[in-house]
Design a protein around this ligand. Sequence first.
Ligand code: ADP
Ligand code: TMP
Ligand code: ASP
Length: 257
Amino acid sequence: MEYSRGKLIYEGKAKRLFEVDGHPEWILQEFKDSLTAFNALKKGSFENKGALNRDITSMVFKFLEKRGIPSHRVADIGTNEMVTEKLNMLKVEVVVRNVLAGSTAKKFGIEEGTPLEKPLVEFYYKDDALADPFISDDQALMMKVCRSQSELDELKSVALKVNEGLMTFFGDAGLRLIDFKIELGRNANGTVVLADEITPDSCRLWDKKTGEKMDKDRFRRDLGNVAESYQEVAERLKQSFLKSQSQTLAQSQEIKS
Ligand code: ADP
Ligand code: TMP
Ligand code: ASP
């Protein structure tokens, strides 16, 4: 199928969104080579970053789809673009933490790397002008992120399901999933759909053996080897994605025989 890139709709920090000619129900997302931190106070870029993040997001979404988690992905095109379903985005970033790190470790003065007894789900109000502040459930309702507590509970349950899938997928690639952020939207039927991206920009990933950071913290904290780490994550995920695909094939052949 041919996808023709239409008018630019929006340029964000990591992606540009375009219309798809003849398909008002889709948007084309171009993953940029730029990377930012601290609400774009710190800016950088490296060659091929957009292509790596598109490939990583695509593999993650395909893996999750097989586990019954729908995403906005329609198709990959070129090296750094993805056609997606156009969603009504919820004004919230949902963060899941398995190990304390980053802002929540700092907030409570607990050492980074402290494992949590159970995954912690947090909501942040998605508004760059306010620097995406943490919000309680009641604040989320006040700000009309969702209409009811049961809808907020549904977001938490989707986020925890995503966490289980990601723990398996990243775990098989020798990566420890410390925490991650997702964005969700509603489609025309009102179903909650996983959107945006899942990449080293939006996850903390530590090498299982060495504990080395393999994500955007390398850029945030000036640790060096940013491009090399994203490349390594993409390569490892490719291996475990191919393995998971051949396992699925073997299982379906077993069922048939
Ligand atoms: P930001 O807007 O934070 O700078 P990006 O550069 O990644 O981030 O821009 C992508 C934008 O597209 C985000 O605002 C995100 O909420 C939005 N988005 C992601 N997926 C979809 C979708 N399926 N439908 C509509 N908007 C989306
Ligand atoms: P935090 O510890 O800084 O709150 O980040 C938690 C997770 O969310 C981490 O994996 C990085 C990701 N994240 C984003 O994807 N976008 C953001 O704007 C922020 C602040 C964090
Ligand atoms: N996403 C934010 C930014 O791009 C913050 C971060 O990821 O650290 O500035």
